[in-house]
Design a protein around this ligand. Structure first.
Ligand code: PMP
Length: 399
């Protein structure tokens, strides 16, 4: 008999399943608010001008395609560190941080998880409740038990920092705490700087292992302000992990460009930690692909391209903000009896709207508008053409 005879069908990825249903929908007015991707006002995934220019230069230079270093090239890793920690950061100067190019933010989380498994094999990993679905799956796949800390307050539609910090203060030393550095996915609810300071304090007091996931740098307030949590951890003297991604900020989703940075206690520790991280990478995919990282490094380190990218990033950020404001205004204009102003306070691509699973289902059935069953919508999928229609649909289903 077949070796696969007893293999069970794995459950479908809920968001990819949503995409399939959306693609099969023949209504011309359909809108997909499910996926976590930035679309421009024409509903297209943009190819940034700075990226286009850097790619053209690379194509013309026609560089050879030898293997990269296991941890990726220094030019890329240095550019990542400068972006995350600031070019004048003491932890960079003191050699307390090592960075490896990774296969997107997901790949960074995974090599980080695999490294932690070697260093603290008995740790439990804590993720926010709720969190990006892949956090749980990924750390479980790396062999960890995964539990949650409270995060979201449905009454305020904001973060419940008090409950979160109380939980952190009750955890055993050596627990891994996965934190959304900005633009929390799925809720859009972020901590204030003062609340982050409390989180850092709890991590220090309890001996926790912070793992910051920075998938949306530049999508809330800007490159530097969005690094507030990273900066507070940097200043704390703690060791911690940061996974970062250029999928959104460079609109390079399919190129899989990200990085894992590990902050240690000393240059000597950094050397030893990097040597172990390289073993993790070597036995997994050997070394990262060239193209996406080379484009990002070129843009970040060429002043004219850097300025162009920052302006394009600001354009994406501003457009999402305009859609948040627009949706709130359009719902108010339809005299809905709920206050949606929380949508403006939430940050990044997503909003937890408070729409129930039944209301989400009605939006799909009656309007061809697809959202996640939890009521999460992607604001970056709204545009000047579909905003009114989406507001009509929300107003209709919450009546
Ligand atoms: N972390 C979070 C919180 C995310 O939302 C995402 C992307 N959806 C990722 C990590 C992974 O990013 P990437 O596509 O670069 O793997």
């Amino acid at each position: 008999s077949s070796i696969f005879a007893a293999v069970e069908l794995a459950p479908r990825d809920p968001i990819l399943g949503l995409n399939e249903a959306f693609n099969a929908d023949t209504r011309s007015t359909k809108v997909n608010l499910g996926v976590g991707v930035y679309f421009d006002d024409n509903g297209k995934i943009p190819l940034l001008g700075a990226v286009k220019t850097a790619e053209k230069a690379r194509l013309e230079a026609a560089p050879p395609r030898g293997y990269q270093p296991i941890e990726g090239p220094a030019a890329y890793n240095n550019a990542v560190q400068n972006l995350l920690f600031g070019a004048d950061s003491a932890i960079i100067r003191d050699g307390r941080v090592v960075t490896a190019q990774a296969l997107g933010g997901t790949g960074a989380l995974r090599i980080g998880a695999d490294l932690i498994k070697r260093v603290v094999p008995d740790a439990t990993v804590y993720i926010s409740d709720p969190s990006w679905e892949n956090h749980r799956a990924l750390f479980e796949a790396a062999g960890f038990p995964v539990d949650t800390y409270p995060y979201y307050n449905p009454e305020t539609r904001g973060a419940n920092a008090e409950a979160m910090i109380a939980k952190l203060n009750s955890l055993p030393a050596g627990s891994v705490i996965v934190l959304h550095a900005c633009c929390h996915n799925p809720t859009g609810a972020d901590l204030t700087e003062a609340q982050w300071a409390e989180v850092v304090k709890a991590c220090a007091a309890r001996g926790l292992i912070p793992f910051l996931d920075m998938a949306y740098q530049g999508f809330a307030d800007g490159i530097e302000p969005d690094a507030v949590a990273v900066n507070l951890f940097s200043a704390s003297g703690l060791s911690f992990f940061v996974s970062s991604s250029f999928s959104k900020s460079f609109s390079l989703y399919g190129e899989r460009v990200g990085a894992l940075s590990i902050v240690t206690q000393s240059k000597d520790e950094s050397t030893r930690v990097l040597s172990q991280l390289k073993r993790v990478i070597r036995t997994n995919y050997s070394n990262p692909p060239i193209h996406g990282g080379a484009v990002v490094a070129a843009v970040l380190s060429t002043p004219a391209l850097r300025a162009e990218w920052e302006a394009e990033l600001a354009g994406m950020r501003d457009r999402i903000r305009a859609m948040r404001t627009g949706l709130v205004e359009q719902l108010a204009a339809r005299k809905v009896d709920q206050d949606f102003s929380f949508v403006i306070k939430q940050r990044g691509m997503f909003s937890y709207t408070g729409l129930t699973a039944a209301q989400v289902e009605r939006m799909k059935d009656e309007f061809g508008i697809y959202a996640v069953g939890t009521g999460r919508i992607c604001l970056a999928a709204l545009n000047s053409k579909n905003l009114d229609y989406v507001a009509d649909a929300i107003a209709a289903v919450i009546k």
